[in-house]
Design a protein around this ligand. Structure first.
Ligand code: SF4
Length: 397
C-alpha cells in the first residue's frame, strides 16, 4: 500500500457479475485498462472473486471485484457461485455483464432481484455489441459495450462515476463535534496486540479527522493519561480511547470531560451505532449453553491473550454470570444462518467497508439476533455505556 493510498474499506467497491463467458473478465480489463482478470474462451475461468484496489478515472479510488460466472457448473461451480453471491455483501455498485446476443438469462434476472432487494445500484452492460447487426432500444437503461473494440467503455465509466458521486458520504468520524483549536486526547495502548511500528486504522482515521477539524490531538498511552491531562492547562474537548483500556481511562478522566472509544466512533461512522447499542442488553441476559458468535472483520494474528477469543469470553461470563458456548469467525467468513445465536459480538470492523458492515447488521436484524460491537460491549460491561455515548446524544434523538 503506498503512503498516499486510500484504505480498501474506504473505497467504493464495484463488482462485475455475469454468466460464464458473457465476457465479464474482458470487460473488467477494458474498464480498468489492466489485465486484472484471466481472459479465456474456456467457461468458468474466474474461480474465486478477483479483487483489486485501484485509481479509476473519473471515479477515483475504487476496489474492482471480478466474480465467478453465475452459471458455473458442478460442485466447485456451486461453491464459486456462492462466493460470487457473498461478494454482494461488500458491493456498492454492481455491473451485470450480459452477452448482447443471448440477452438476460434467468440467473441474471435472479441477481437483478437480489440487487434490488439489497438496494445496490446496478448497471447492465450488454457486451459483444460489436457482433450485433442491430441494437434494440433498451428500457432498463442498459448500455451496449464491447470489450474488444472499447465501444461504450467510456460511457460505462461515466455511469459508474455518476453512481459513485451519489453515494459519496461525508466521511466524518468526530470532526462535526469539534471546533478549530479544540484539544482532543487519544489514548492508544501499545501492548502485545499492537502492530509493530504503526497505529491501527481507526486510530489513524480519528487522528486525521481531528486534524481536518483544525483541532489538536495529543496521543498517549494509558499509563501517561493522568500526567497528560494534568499538563494540558485547559480541559480537552474529549478523550478517545482504545476500548480495551476503557475501565482505566474512565477512572483517570474527570467526569466533566466527555469520553468515548475508537470503535464506538467507527460504529457511528458506518451508521450502525443505534443498532449496535441496542444489542448490548442481550449480553447481560445470557444463560449457560447459549450460543454466542464472536466475529472479527479481518484475520489478524491472534495473541495469547487475544481480545476476541480470550478476553471477550471472560468478560461476557463475568457480566452474565453464565457459561455460554462460543463460535468464532474472522475475515470474510460470516455465517449465513444466524438464528442459532443468542447474541453476536462484532469487532469494530475497520477493515470492512460500510456496505458489508451494514449487511451483517441487517442479517442479524432479519434473524432477530441482537448484535453489539467490542467498544459498546466493553463500555457496557464497565458501566460506562451512557458516558461513552453522551457525545452523540444529538444523533440519537
Ligand atoms: S477489522 Fe476488526 S479485528 Fe480487524 S483490525 Fe479492524 S477492528 Fe480489529
Amino acid at each position: 500500500m503506498s503512503l498516499n493510498s486510500v484504505v480498501s474499506a474506504e473505497r467504493i467497491h464495484i463488482s462485475f457479475f455475469g454468466m460464464c463467458n458473457a465476457g465479464k473478465s474482458s470487460l473488467v480489463n477494458a474498464v480498468t485498462g489492466q489485465a486484472l482478470s484471466i481472459v479465456s474462451d474456456v467457461k468458468g475461468t474466474t474461480t474465486d472473486p478477483v479483487k483489486k484496489a485501484m485509481e479509476l478515472l473519473p471515479l477515483g479510488p475504487v476496489v474492482i471485484l471480478d466474480t465467478p460466472g453465475l452459471d458455473d457448473e458442478g460442485h466447485l461451480g456451486s461453491l464459486r457461485i456462492e462466493k460470487a453471491k457473498q461478494t454482494l455483501a461488500q458491493t456498492n455498485i454492481a455491473v451485470l455483464v450480459v452477452d448482447a446476443h443471448t440477452g438476460l438469462q434467468d440467473m441474471d434476472k435472479q441477481l437483478i432481484n437480489e440487487l434490488k432487494e439489497r438496494r445496490i445500484p446496478c448497471i447492465i452492460a450488454l457486451n459483444k455489441a460489436d457482433l450485433l447487426d442491430e441494437r434494440p432500444l433498451s428500457e432498463d437503461g442498459s448500455l451496449y459495450v464491447s470489450a474488444v473494440t472499447g465501444e461504450g467503455v467510456a460511457d460505462l465509466k461515466e455511469r459508474l462515476g455518476q453512481f459513485a458521486k451519489q453515494m459519496e458520504k461525508p466521511s466524518v468520524l468526530i470532526r462535526d463535534l469539534l471546533s478549530p483549536g479544540d484539544l482532543v486526547v487519544l489514548v492508544t495502548p501499545i501492548d502485545e496486540a499492537a502492530p509493530k511500528g504503526r497505529l491501527i486504522l481507526p486510530q489513524q482515521m480519528v487522528l486525521r479527522d481531528v486534524l481536518d477539524a483544525h483541532a489538536m490531538a495529543i496521543v498517549c498511552q494509558t499509563a501517561e493519561l493522568r500526567d497528560t491531562l494534568a499538563s494540558l492547562g485547559r480541559k480537552p474537548r474529549m478523550v478517545i480511547t482504545d476500548s480495551q483500556a476503557f475501565a482505566e481511562v474512565n477512572r483517570a478522566t474527570p467526569a466533566d470531560i466527555p469520553l468515548t472509544s475508537f470503535s464506538i466512533l467507527m460504529a457511528r461512522y458506518k451508521g450502525e451505532l443505534d443498532a449496535l447499542t441496542d444489542g448490548y442488553c442481550a449480553l447481560e441476559k445470557l444463560k449457560d449453553g447459549d450460543q454466542v458468535l464472536i466475529s472479527e472483520g479481518c484475520t489478524h494474528h491472534r495473541q495469547c491473550n487475544d481480545i476476541g477469543t480470550v478476553k471477550m469470553p471472560g468478560w461476557i461470563e463475568k457480566i452474565s454470570q453464565s457459561k455460554p458456548v462460543y463460535h468464532f469467525t474472522s475475515g470474510g467468513d460470516f455465517p449465513q444462518d444466524l438464528t442459532p445465536y443468542r447474541v453476536i459480538v462484532h469487532c469494530g470492523g475497520c477493515m470492512l467497508n460500510q456496505a458489508e458492515m451494514q449487511h451483517r447488521v441487517k442479517m442479524a436484524a432479519d434473524a432477530g439476533v441482537p448484535i453489539v460491537n467490542y467498544g459498546i460491549a466493553i463500555a457496557g460491561m464497565n458501566g460506562i455505556l451512557k458516558r461513552s455515548l453522551a457525545l452523540f446524544e444529538a444523533d440519537r434523538v
